[in-house]
Design a protein around this ligand. Structure first.
Ligand SMILES: Nc1ccn([C@@H]2O[C@H](COP(=O)(O)OP(=O)(O)OP(=O)(O)O)[C@@H](O)[C@H]2O)c(=O)n1
Ligand SMILES: C[C@](O)(CO)[C@H](O)COP(=O)(O)O
Length: 237
């Protein structure tokens, strides 16, 4: 079956935890801004037909100019996002014209074709899929007084990443319903789970980090150097 695949790249956050005073997507990582690493990764995936970038209204022109200078041609729309990531993704989805959509954080620059292939294969077989990695630490549920309430069994704990892959119509429905019910979610899978969909987890890679706090930039520089040395984006492990 021939299917079409689009991507919504959520890049409209303020990067408060990065404490730079500007959107962290524009921080230079190696020789280009973080967001350009992310967009170029999808640009080079042959099965991706369309990329929609969601950024803040004030950064649209800058983002379009960067796409031109880095030769990112699959970007059809650069649109202004919303207050939350969920709002930004919902806005971006309105521009997507493909059967399947990958939702990805602009701040995850090390997404690879190999991981996206596996993700899409699983999503198309089972209906919806997300990348994730088994957690390495012991996880505690802690109450407002700082007292540990519960230690969930680690074997069943995964740290969820992006991309996350869905049928466009189904994800749009999940977003519409969440809006109606005022349900707030930190990822798109949660909205699909809420609608009763089974969402598969596909093993991603520990290097597929989201750049969130300042020390993540050290890790990101090391990952980038390692990948360039290996001459292959996928051979970090
Ligand atoms: N209103 C928002 C908030 C977040 N994002 C995007 O969602 C991704 C994951 O969010 P996060 O890492 O939390 O980014 P920020 O919201 O920028 O960070 P912070 O919470 O520290 O302000 C980022 O690529 C971010 O740009 C978005 O598109 N729209
Ligand atoms: C979607 C996500 O990347 C999954 O890990 C993440 O939840 C989004 O970022 P945030 O830090 O929760 O805003």
């Amino acid at each position: 079956m021939v299917v079409t695949v689009g991507v919504v790249v959520a890049a409209a956050g303020q990067g408060k935890r990065m404490r730079k005073g500007f959107n962290k997507q524009f921080i230079q990582l190696g020789d280009r801004p973080i967001l350009m690493h992310t967009l170029q990764a999808f640009e080079h995936m042959s099965f991706v037909e369309q990329i929609v970038v969601v950024t803040s209204a004030g950064d649209i022109a800058k983002c379009e100019a960067l796409c031109r200078s880095y030769n990112v041609r699959k970007v059809t729309d650069v649109v202004a996002g919303g207050k939350t990531r969920q709002d930004s993704v919902r806005i971006g989805l309105n521009k997507v014209r493909t059967d399947w959509v990958l939702v990805h954080d602009g701040a995850r620059p090390f997404v690879s074709e190999e991981m996206v292939n596996e993700l899409l294969e699983s999503a198309q077989r089972h209906g919806a899929a997300v990348l994730g990695v088994p957690v390495k630490d012991t996880i505690k549920k802690v109450n407002v007084d700082g007292i540990i309430e519960e230690t969930p069994e680690r074997q069943s704990m995964w740290a969820v990443q992006t991309p996350q892959a869905f049928r466009l119509t189904e994800l749009k429905r999940a977003h519409a319903q969440a809006r109606e019910e005022e349900l707030a979610a930190t990822d798109d899978a949660m909205l699909m789970e809420h609608l009763g969909f089974d969402v598969r987890i596909v093993r991603g890679d520990y290097y597929n980090i989201k750049i969130t706090t300042p020390e993540d930039l050290w890790f990101a520089e090391s990952i980038l150097q390692h990948m360039r040395k290996m001459g292959d984006r996928t051979s970090c492990e």
